[in-house]
Ligand binder design. Structure first.
Ligand code: ATP
Ligand code: RIB
Length: 320
């Protein structure tokens, strides 16, 4: 069977990651000699593109890099992952995006993004990538909103499904301008920005999802709730899929992996609930490893994890 071709038009960053026992207070200097730092591939779009590639999709990644050493390193790395890089653009004037990431011992992070070339992707730039005849369009909002609107318009014209990971959020985005979507998926803080409702309880998740449904034309609203799992609303009913019980090493990119894995499985199987479960397994593996893109699992790893979990549950049931 032919692999699904997924067009990702989104961001690419180099992540400068420092691990520490705790982040410094304002004005404080903390010296952490033993823990170290690294430069790893990141960016919401690239993390998702790598997820698609490692899961086995035919991923076409359209992004914009600076004409610099970071850009060259990233492009080479995407090609090595088996990603189709023919629509990657270079901006000679603006550097490749960079994220400074502080990861605490509990796996939680703080991220500051310098968007660089990601912010120079224009609506005109998205015309060419559609020549590849994708089966689906996948985007996040780490590139200009007008560009996202134009890409969704083209995908709607082509009759292919659109999946949007709704971060990072801004109150300035007029979500109504986005066309028809299959899935719209914000995390907790993004949900609060868009709706004014903190999805802290089941009732608040439902209120927020209903409000989002009135703001975007999406078949499914999927709220990502960190260690509380994820919440699905299909316009009539809602479902909660609990988070996996895994050791938390670094949650960076959990959301990128979750939404991409959900998209992959949904396109493969056509079942959104099963896709939520698959996505939770993929994200769970990702947070049990350090780094953004380096933490992304392969399809074999997700399947092995799901099998082990099923066998454990069956053994527990038999022992009851
Ligand atoms: P990030 O910005 O770090 O990429 P996010 O804020 O967009 O992530 P989250 O809601 O934190 O997204 O995480 C996405 C999914 O990852 C969750 O829906 C859940 O399935 C899984 N996940 C996140 N944190 C945990 C955790 N501590 N334990 C188990 N699963 C988790
Ligand atoms: O979602 C995680 C990503 O957000 C990081 O890789 C960082 O580059 C920022 O874009």
């Amino acid at each position: 069977m032919l692999k699904k071709r997924i067009l990702v038009i989104s961001s690419a960053n180099i992540d400068f990651v420092q691990r520490m026992r705790r982040v410094p207070y304002s004005g404080e200097t903390v010296v952490e000699p033993g823990i170290g730092y690294s430069y790893v591939p990141g960016g919401k779009g690239a993390n998702s593109a790598i997820t698609f590639a490692r899961l086995g999709a035919d991923c076409v990644f359209a992004c914009k890099l600076g004409k610099d050493s970071n850009g060259k390193r990233l492009a080479a790395m995407y090609a090595k992952e088996g990603i189709d890089t023919r629509y990657i653009l270079e901006d000679p004037e603006v550097p490749t995006g960079l994220a400074s990431i502080l990861v605490e011992e509990n796996g939680k992070n703080r991220i500051i993004v310098y968007p660089g070339a990601n912010m120079t992707i224009t609506p005109e730039d998205v015309e060419e990538p559609f020549i590849c005849c994708p089966d689906a369009l996948y985007m996040q909002l780490e590139v200009p909103f007008d560009t996202v609107v134009e890409a969704v318009r083209r995908a709607n014209d082509a009759g292919i499904p659109v999946f949007i990971d709704a971060g990072p959020a801004s109150v300035d985005y007029d979500l109504k301008r986005l066309g028809r979507l299959e899935v719209f998926s914000p995390n907790e803080s993004e949900t609060r920005v868009y709706t004014g409702i903190a999805p802290t309880t089941e009732e608040n998740c439902l209120r927020a999802a209903i409000k989002l449904s009135s703001m975007v034309d999406a078949k499914y609203i999927v709220l990502k709730l960190g260690d509380r799992g994820a919440f699905l609303y299909d316009g009539r009913e809602y479902y909660i899929v609990p988070a996996e019980e895994v050791p938390v090493v670094d949650t960076t990119a959990a959301g990128d992996v979750f939404t991409a894995a959900l998209t992959y499985w949904y396109l493969e199987k056509g079942n959104i609930l099963s896709a939520m479960d698959f996505a939770g397994c993929a994200a769970g593996i990702s947070i049990s490893r350090p780094g953004a893109s380096p933490s992304v699992p392969t399809l074999a790893e997700v399947m092995a994890y799901a099998k082990e979990r099923r066998e454990k549950k069956e053994a527990e049931k038999a022992g009851e």
